[in-house]
Design a protein around this ligand. Sequence first.
Ligand code: FAD
Length: 280
Amino acid sequence: MTEWIRPPSLDEALAARREHPDFMLLAGGTDLMVGAIARPAPVGVIDLFGLPELSGVSRDPAGGLRLGAGTTFAALLTDDAVRTELPALWAAAREVGALQIQARATLGGNIGTSSPVGDSLPVLLALDAEVEVASSRGTRRLAYDEFCTGYRTHALGGDELIVAVHFPADIGRRVQAWRKVGTRRAQSISKVMFAASVERGADGTVTLARLAFGAVREQPIRALAGEQCLAGETPDAALAEAVAAAVLTDIAPIDDVRSTADYRRTVAGRLARRFVLSLA
Ligand SMILES: Cc1cc2nc3c(=O)[nH]c(=O)nc-3n(C[C@H](O)[C@H](O)[C@H](O)COP(=O)(O)OP(=O)(O)OC[C@H]3O[C@@H](n4cnc5c(N)ncnc54)[C@H](O)[C@@H]3O)c2cc1C
């Protein structure tokens, strides 16, 4: 029989995690329930869904937004600060599954699964997000690209929980973008996702550039060659072509059931080109 623990507080959740490192952590269950019937039942479950200390949007002491790991995509969509300061994340949240999935699926669960097609993950890279993790030993914060270590793997310790995601205080000043390309307009698993944020100087030059993709490598990535090409420049049609070419050196897509490597390369270049043109 599977033991089921539903801790009423974060302290108790951390204690349960320490005592039972072999128990499954459950948030909305929208990833875990898929195929669950075909897997052996877990020895135990630590059910985090709705835990108040993991839910909701607040400000951290540095003035940045702090999104609780247990916040659902539906809750993110109704938050004014998320909509105005993190429009790229807001747009991604809108495209996660359907309304029923958005009502259960949490940001922390997306991060916990660490899939190359997790919709929020390129946004975390493009917006310089940090993941806050905690254990009974204390808390630590890691940039998302340190947190995600490979195909569906991450740096969470056996006694740790994902507690929150933090964004820089001035993130709302950046121009942000999000695009998901799938088989259809809604409820599709991504073939390619693109997230970006830039800051510009008074003369229009790009002073900071972040370009990120999902589904084009084994894990969500920042397109560093593309960023280098964009930073310090004034966006125009020629720069759009150059950035589109540069991002192709950042990505290494594969053929799979959802798409082909060729299609993904073509789309990734177009998304980057379109973004730079939108700045021009
Ligand atoms: C029909 C359907 C459509 C979907 N569409 C999309 C889509 O369009 N885009 C997309 O990105 N995803 C999609 N998904 C996948 C899923 O909804 C998301 O990945 C979601 O964010 C998972 O969150 P959850 O709370 O349900 O996680 P769960 O399934 O509860 O957990 C997922 C993983 O995260 C771990 N975890 C959860 N919370 C924590 C925590 N606080 N600390 C440490 N580990 C934790 C769990 O142990 C587990 O390994 C879809 C799923 C379904 C079933």
